[in-house]
Design a protein around this ligand. Structure first.
Ligand code: TYD
Ligand code: MG
Length: 467
């Protein structure tokens, strides 16, 4: 019997489904996001027993039906430490919250060519070397291409197998035949399910494919990494629901022209989300950068005006970085402002605070603010460093290169306390900084520290007078 052609409309942003086209999505209130896609009759989700396999199958409903449902006490749930597998990269393990959790679904997003496949291949190599069974499924590259890449990253040992396939129903069969511990799906946009009639990469396909992978991961307890391409707007292509469905969302980012890469957790059901891991792309694959501060500050110009070293907190880890500002007289009536690597509006607010509270006529100057190295940092603790960099450039007076500055700046020009000041100062001390300018309120709460001179400031005028 021929299937009736059924179509539905899906929101590209949130995956909202509607039988007819809508201008505005009732789900996420975005305009013009509906696309028409072919759908086929789906079997009801309940039949597959999705809930059954969550949490190691404890207290779940099996195929046996509703009568078997038995809720559990917390005390009955065992927390096996072995549920986490080490990837061999401390930088990645920390972002994952201490390793890969069995039965978890991890989405790795990033621009094309940034190194997602390379990273995952290296992770596979490490996992296989530590005795895990790994299956790498590529829908993008041929086995030969994978072999060429594998040759670059070094020797591969252990149970690591490769498969080139895009049909998820076939993949499901392969997984149940191989019974691996870890599966890589490179990339979700190339995968398709036969029962969904729309093209691979479409909203419906991506959603249904992820759904199937979710069931496999939870059902059999396999950790699955899904590679997802990122659109120009910087979100994983396909519906937002993709991010809601998986346990962990990691973004692999970095300037393709620069060699370092950052892996950032944006969602994590098994750990904190603010962590970053830093890697460097070399001839022979990615290498961990264990001390990012040192890395970020390398090649820094000493004695240049407008350059200030600040300390931003990424998760549990302080990272030193250089804030640069360039202030030049404006040629037209409208001053130009740009901010690279930090929040544009924040920079505008800080310039306004300087105008109002310290009476600098910044509206006559163009301002370019940049976080050196291409990092993106939005922490308020960078405020004071931005202010100081702007003034340093305006007066053409360099800030002592052995000084580190951090603190949040309020609209009244006051310098406010920031969390974990002690860790920041410690990081600066480790790298040989001699002076630290920080909020007075933070300084008052800190223990005495040897080897670094600390100057507490209450407002930006005080800080500027130290220049
Ligand atoms: P790739 O992992 O294919 O990116 P993605 O899967 O995110 O699209 O990375 C490809 C880039 O990495 C490519 O431009 C070449 C570079 N590269 C190296 O510099 N060194 C290496 O050892 C490898 C394997 C790749
Ligand atoms: Mg790839």
């Amino acid at each position: 019997m021929a299937k009736a052609k059924a179509t539905s409309f899906f929101c590209k942003e949130c995956g909202y489904e509607s039988p007819k086209w809508l201008g505005q999505c009732p789900g996420c209130r975005q305009w013009n996001t509906f696309v028409e896609e072919l759908t086929a009759k789906k079997e009801p989700a309940a039949k597959r027993g999705l809930g059954a396999s969550y949490g190691n199958g404890q207290g779940g409903a099996g195929e046996g039906g509703l009568s078997k449902i038995k809720p559990s006490y917390l005390s009955e749930i065992s927390l096996d430490e072995q549920d986490r597998m080490q990837t061999g990269y401390e930088e990645l393990d920390r972002v994952l919250g201490g390793g890969v959790v069995r039965g978890s679904l991890v989405l790795v997003g990033g621009d094309p060519g940034i190194g997602k496949s390379t990273l995952l291949l290296q992770v596979c190599r490490n996992l296989a070397a530590s005795g895990q069974k790994v299956l790498y499924i590529s829908g993008e590259e041929s086995l030969k291409q994978i072999k060429l890449r594998a040759n670059r990253i070094g020797t591969v040992t252990g149970e690591l197998k490769f498969l080139c396939e895009t049909n998820l129903d076939t993949i499901e069969g392969a997984i149940s035949g191989e019974k691996p511990d870890v599966v890589i799906i490179d990339s979700i946009q190339t995968m398709f399910r036969e029962e969904v009639t729309s093209a691979p990469g479409s909203v419906g396909q991506v959603r249904e494919s992820t759904n199937l992978l979710l069931q496999i991961a939870k059902g059999v307890g396999i950790a699955i990494f899904i590679v997802g391409h990122v659109t120009k707007e910087g979100v994983v292509a396909g519906p937002r629901v993709l991010e809601h469905m998986v346990d962990t969302v990691l973004y692999f980012e970095g300037d393709r022209s620069a060699s370092y890469r950052i892996i950032r957790g944006v969602k994590n059901r098994f750990g904190s989300t603010n962590e970053i891991g830093v890697f460097e792309m070399r001839e022979s694959g990615l290498e961990e950068v264990k001390n990012p501060s040192e890395y970020m500050l390398s090649g820094r110009p000493e004695d240049a005006s407008g350059a200030v070293v600040a300390c931003s907190l990424e998760g549990t880890r302080p990272v030193l970085l250089e804030v640069q500002a360039l202030i030049t007289p404006t040629l037209f009536g409208m001053p130009r402002r740009t901010a690279a690597g930090t929040d544009y509006n924040r920079v505008n607010v800080l310039m306004a605070v300087l105008e109002k509270r310290c009476h600098y006529e910044l509206s006559r100057y163009d301002a370019y603010v940049n976080i050196a190295g291409g990092l993106r940092m939005n922490e308020p603790a960078l405020d004071l460093a931005i202010v100081m960099a702007v003034i340093s450039s305006l007066k053409d007076k360099p800030v002592n290169p052995r000084t580190i500055i951090f603190g949040e700046v309020g609209l009244a020009g006051e310098v406010r306390a920031v969390p974990m000041a002690e860790q920041r100062v410690n990081e600066a001390k480790k790298l040989g900084f001699e002076t630290c300018i920080l909020p007075k309120t933070s300084l008052d709460k800190m223990r005495k520290m040897e080897g670094i001179r600390m100057v507490g400031v209450e407002n930006i005028r005080e800080a500027i007078s130290l220049l």
